[in-house]
Design a protein around this ligand. Structure first.
Ligand code: FAD
Ligand code: NAD
Length: 461
């Protein structure tokens, strides 16, 4: 007899949400986590601390540079970085404590230690106390991801760091070099730029934000440049030499750059090391991701995997939905996540958000489409807020008018995209989006106007 119905390795958004949903469905559940606090990369060193610092740094800049335009005089604005970092730590703690509370409330056994798959139905745990073996009907691997190493660049945890270090620096670097113009590079680059650093972003490709709609990424590049960020594309970083407190970053295709600190943000890799996959015979793909079928099951029956460890976007909400779907599949035989409808949000200022296919993807796939674009500039609420930069782009099928993609750059893009996701989940047409009544004056009217623009009948342009 197995001790538990479900044993989950990893308590990130994938693992802890799977645990909660499985417990709600009546399973006995244990969740193994090697870190002393719960919530995974997202809560401890990812989504939550980065958003706390983005929020604080935005307010600092607002007080310094933007409040005057509203007739609010603020004098003697100065930065207390230690207080900002303490606030961030408190925000993280309230979230990790929140996850611990939820596990307890749902009677999920929390096992502290490093888990390893022995074989189907068996997980070995090594932690502080005696090693333990847990037995379960179903084993879920949810060990997430880690920073991808960059050849020639050693992360020394001081001058050259990953996002984890860049979330905790106790002083503002004079010159920060960010390697990689992806999500992490631009979000954390923005934080330190706002706090006063000169920021140079070095990107291998000839564009920023690969994977995002190109028109939107071009607009983003323009706006970040205006904010004082230096964005150099088409350059490969090949090495970094630390000498005292300075780092020389070696670049193929351009001049070397000298910096005070370097943030390496060139992607993340699935956490499979030491997980026992080879011994248990679990298959991984060429990119090191655990291979699963549409039921999240690996090639070893009874062993499942979710979140950053498998294919699909490396996002917290995707990991959570994997967790819910898997628990429901185990309980009812039904559960599914549509990876084509996972929204993607970059929490820079302005925010950038998208769902569905990009214009480039539609072209490459030969899908006939119509496009509607509307600028925040022509929206009353955006003008009242003083937030007129950016645009919304709606892509719809030429024949059926079904919405195929929505791309937003502008204030509150991350919130605005939710409407587009809901519309697409219900197979809405651009006509449907355009005919829904949107409150006035709100930023959501920009989405409505972009939907109208698909048919060439935007009202305010
Ligand atoms: P993880 O969150 O990585 O959790 C895996 C857990 O497993 C960890 O707690 C780890 O300690 C544990 N573990 C690993 N191996 C073992 C083992 N052998 N035994 C026991 N425990 C183990 N995504 C968003 O959607 N929005 C954002 O704003 C966002 N911001 C981010 C900012 C940064 C700086 C970073 C790095 C990531 C960000 N992400 C964001 C991505 C997001 O954090 C991940 O997609 C998400 O955490 C994946 O969830 P997961 O449960 O699959 O894995
Ligand atoms: P990324 O894949 O988004 O970006 C990495 C960038 O580095 C790419 O543009 C790539 O071309 C570039 N690069 C690679 N090698 C290089 C080299 N040698 N020199 C210069 N540039 C190089 O990865 P990331 O920013 O590290 O983020 C990792 C993951 O975390 C992402 O997949 C993302 O989904 C997730 N994340 C999400 C959010 C969010 O949802 N807001 C925030 C942070 C992280």
């Amino acid at each position: 007899m197995a001790e538990y119905d479900v044993v989950i390795i990893g308590a990130g958004p994938g693992g802890y949400v799977a645990a909660i949903r499985a417990a709600q469905l009546g399973f006995t559940v244990a969740c193994v986590e090697k870190e002393p606090t719960l919530g995974g990369t997202c809560v401890r060193v990812g989504c939550i601390p980065s958003k706390a610092l983005l929020e604080s740094s935005e307010r600092y800049l607002e007080a310094r540079e933007h409040l005057a335009a509203h007739g609010v005089k603020v004098e003697g604005v100065s930065l207390d970085l230690a207080a900002m970092q303490q606030r961030k730590d408190a925000v993280v703690k309230s979230n990790t404590d929140g996850v611990a509370y939820l596990l307890k409330k749902n009677k999920i056994e929390r096992v502290v230690g490093t888990g390893r798959l022995v074989k189907a139905g068996e997980v070995a745990v090594e932690g502080e106390g005696e090693p333990r073996t847990l037995t379960a009907k179903h084993v879920v691997l949810a060990t997430g991801s880690r920073v991808a190493p960059l050849k020639g660049v050693e992360l020394d945890g001081d001058r050259v760091g990953s996002s984890t270090e860049a979330l905790a620096w106790s002083e503002v670097p004079k010159h920060l070099v960010v390697v990689g113009a992806g999500v992490i590079g631009l979000e954390l680059g923005s934080v330190w730029r706002r706090l006063g650093a000169d920021v140079t972003v070095l990107e291998y490709l000839d564009r920023i934000l690969p994977g995002m709609d190109e028109e939107i990424a071009k607009e983003a590049r323009k706006l970040f440049t205006k904010q004082g960020m230096t964005l150099r594309t088409g350059v490969a970083v090949t090495g970094a030499t630390v000498k005292g407190k300075k780092v020389t970053v070696h670049v193929d295709g351009g001049d070397d750059v000298v910096a005070d600190r370097v943030l390496v943000a060139t992607g993340r890799l699935p956490n499979t090391e030491g997980l026992g996959l080879e011994d248990a015979g679990v298959q991984v793909d060429a990119r090191g991701r655990v291979v699963v079928d549409e039921r999240f099951e690996t090639n070893v029956p009874g062993v499942y995997a979710i979140g950053d460890l498998i294919h699909g976007p490396m996002l917290a909400h995707k990991a959570e939905e994997d967790g819910v779907a898997l628990a429901e599949l185990l309980a009812t035989g039904h559960g599914h996540v549509d990876y084509g409808l996972v929204p993607n949000v970059v929490y820079t200022d302005p925010e950038i958000a998208s769902v569905g296919r990009t214009e480039e993807e539609l072209k490459a796939q030969g899908v006939p489409y119509r496009k509607g674009v509307f600028a925040f500039q022509a929206n009353g609420r955006a003008r009242a807020m003083g937030r007129t930069e950016g645009k919304v782009k709606v892509l719809a099928h030429e024949a059926t008018d079904r919405v195929l993609g929505v791309h937003v750059i502008g204030a509150r893009a991350g919130d605005l995209i939710a409407e587009a996701v809901a519309a697409m989940a219900f197979h809405a047409s651009s006509e449907d989006l355009a005919r829904v009544v949107h409150a006035h004056p709100t930023l959501s009217e920009v989405l409505k106007e972009a939907a109208l623009a698909v048919d060439g009948r935007a009202l305010h342009s």
